[in-house]
Design a protein around this ligand. Structure first.
Ligand code: SF4
Length: 154
């Protein structure tokens, strides 16, 4: 059975920038947890950032907080650690929080800190996709279920 890397905040862990979580209520996620195939991970915490922290957005090639701090290195470190974890545990699937500058799969904020979303990926999602991990957001659970069903049967 394939393991799944899951954003810690989707599992109810209070690791978001605001000290809150974004717990996902889902029967299938509950089942995956019971099957012990879920690996929780927060790239921003792993990259050395504290919680709570200032919200950050990707601005061209950098990640900048709402107070103007450059946290690109911490975000890159979190992405590298996520990839290392996937390689170490042979994780080929990920369920990541949409719109996050680390975990966003299909869209992110545009860097203006004005709440505007644009198509794009967070640093961790992008690194994992490039390495061949199949990454899905919480808005794509059915697609992840289908991909896992195919993989588990092979
Ligand atoms: Fe959640 Fe990812 Fe943000 Fe951590 S970095 S709080 S796991 S969205």
């Amino acid at each position: 059975m394939h393991k799944i890397l899951v954003s810690s905040c989707l599992l109810g862990q209070p690791v978001r920038y605001d000290g809150q979580s974004k717990g996902l209520t889902s029967d299938i996620l509950t089942r995956w947890l019971q099957e012990k195939r879920v690996v929780a991970f927060c790239p921003e915490v792993a990259g050395g950032l504290s919680t709570p922290r200032s919200p950050a957005e990707i601005n061209v090639a950098k990640v900048i907080t709402s107070t103007g701090e450059d946290v690109t290195i911490e975000f890159q470190l979190g992405a590298e650690k996520a990839l290392a974890l996937c390689k170490a545990q042979q994780i080929k699937f990920a369920l990541l929080k949409e719109s996050s500058p680390s975990c966003g799969r299909n869209n992110i904020y545009d860097g203006s800190h004005n709440g505007v979303k644009v198509p794009g990926m967070g640093l961790t999602a992008e690194q994992l996709v490039k390495a061949g991990v199949q990454v899905f957001s919480e808005e794509q659970l059915p697609e992840l279920v289908s991909a896992l069903a195919i993989a588990d049967n092979n």
